[in-house]
Design a protein around this ligand. Structure first.
Ligand SMILES: *[C@@H]1O[C@H](CO)[C@@H](O)[C@H](O)[C@H]1NC(C)=O
Ligand SMILES: *[C@@H]1O[C@H](CO)[C@@H](O)[C@H](O)[C@H]1NC(C)=O
Ligand SMILES: *[C@@H]1O[C@H](CO)[C@@H](O)[C@H](O)[C@H]1NC(C)=O
Length: 420
């Protein structure tokens, strides 16, 4: 019977097309905090199957009498499809409608997703990955869409059935929520923070006493270019071996930030009032301004970068002091002849300026500087550990305390804490 074969062929083709799996949407309430040490930007293994939405083609869910040749609009609810009776037994379907069903995914799948991370107070992205457990017993779920057309002027009715069958391994659940305790923030305390190799120290700038907070941070390789973000009270630093930015908490736990990489080998860093991380390789090399403002639409992106022209001194750290304008201050030095200078990098023109040259001050090789918003740069001398105060007005600097000698280091502090 030609008409019946035609009808079945149309529905069969439409079924093949429609059985492609469409989207696997996440729950709108997804709230993921990744556990300590797990890298954002990789895979999130789902504990339950994600929901799969499938568009199923169907003819129409009603019965229609076809008395004679002509075109008839199918009267029932969901369809705008039409049925044409071209003769007593010559029946064809001229359109196919669709219906949507949602069910738990039964096969391994992965899909990219972006969510708001309340631990970081920023949006981040990763890939959700679902692998059906090998051990669970499969359950068969059958969804049937039946379309029936009855011809009243012939003895035999024409019935077409469109059936979609899928096998699932679990009952329907939503995309899961995984949570962990957020890493503890710092508290804008009076201390300076010194990173040396992969260990973090808290330094009392007035007495010079240093206390170890944590060791073997991140990949337990050298961390440098640390800065204090006053917008979220975390320290951020650059770990060269992984070429990534680390967010370091009060107890030294570190989380890799999903962000553009700083210039390779960076060792100077600080974060301005807008949460922008200024990071680079000293006075005469690459620098970058990277957005680390929580919730920013450009979070993690390089906002600007370039190569600076040397001011003529070696520089190993810089610091942003909000009350002193849009500059990054540094203590530069040369050994032959021995001279020390207060420098600043203009954050708009991206050029260095010399604020004051103090001549032979005996402070060479400043690896860590700490800013204070009353206009002071505290500078730690690598070789002898002395901590000096440099007023940004250019007045004569002086030694404040005896701190720990260190190398392979960098310093940061909450610039808004005024000690007093
Ligand atoms: C971290 O690295 C240092 C230097 O290589 C090593 O001495 C130390 O044992 C490491 N610590 C851990 C916990 O792996
Ligand atoms: C600026 O950043 C882009 C993207 O990471 C990089 O390709 C380029 O080399 C950088 N330029 C400088 C001067 O560092
Ligand atoms: C800033 O405060 C510190 C700590 O109280 C003090 O030693 C320093 O002299 C002050 N600097 C200026 C420029 O007022």
């Amino acid at each position: 019977m030609t008409s019946r074969r035609t009808l079945l062929a149309i529905l069969g083709a439409a079924h093949l097309f429609g059985s492609h799996v469409a989207a696997a949407p996440l729950d709108s309430g997804l709230d993921i905090c990744l556990p300590f040490g797990i890298e954002v930007g990789l895979f999130i293994d789902l504990f339950d199957p994600p929901q799969v939405t499938e568009v199923v083609p169907c003819f129409v869910t009603s019965t229609t009498a076809i008395p004679s040749a002509g075109t008839y609009v199918v009267p029932a609810g969901i369809s705008t499809g039409t049925v044409t009776a071209q003769g007593a037994t010559d029946l064809c379907v001229t359109s196919v409608t669709t219906t949507t069903t949602t069910y738990p995914c039964s096969t391994a799948t992965s899909f990219p997703t972006t969510w708001w991370d309340p631990c970081k107070s920023s949006s981040t992205s990763g890939t959700c990955r679902w692998t059906p457990p090998a051990t669970s017993a499969p359950t068969t779920v059958t969804r049937t869409v039946t379309s029936t057309v009855t011809q009243s002027d012939t003895s035999a009715p024409t019935t077409v059935t469109d059936t979609v069958t899928s096998t699932v391994t679990q009952s329907a659940t939503s995309c899961p929520v995984t949570t962990s305790t957020p890493t503890p923030t710092l508290s804008c305390d009076p201390y300076g923070y010194l990173i040396q190799y992969a260990s973090l120290y808290q330094v009392d700038l007035t007495t010079g006493t240093a206390t170890e907070v944590a060791s073997a941070i991140g990949a337990n390789t050298s961390i440098n270019a640390i800065g204090y973000n006053t917008l979220d009270n975390y320290l951020y630093g650059y770990q060269a071996s992984t070429n990534t930015i680390l967010q370091i908490s009060a107890d030294g736990t570190a989380v890799t930030v999903s962000a553009d990489a700083p210039p390779s080998g960076s060792y100077i860093g600080d974060i301005d009032s807008n949460g922008h991380y200024w990071v680079g390789l000293g006075a005469a090399s690459s620098w970058a301004e990277i957005d680390l403002a929580p919730g920013s639409p450009t979070y993690g992106k390089i906002l600007a970068n370039g190569t600076a022209t040397s001011p003529g001194y070696g520089v190993a750290d810089w610091v942003y002091i909000p009350s002193a304008g849009e500059y990054l201050y540094a203590v530069g030095s040369n050994t032959s002849p021995s001279e020390t200078a207060l420098l600043r990098f203009d954050m708009s023109t991206h050029e260095w300026e010399t604020v004051a040259n103090y001549g032979a001050l005996g402070v060479v090789g400043v690896g860590a500087v700490y800013g204070m918003n009353n206009g002071t740069v505290y500078a730690s001398e690598n070789g002898n550990g002395q901590i000096w105060q440099f007023p940004i007005s250019g007045e004569t600097p002086f030694m404040v305390s005896q701190g720990p000698p260190s190398g392979n280091n960098d310093g940061a502090r909450c610039v808004l804490n005024l000690l007093a």
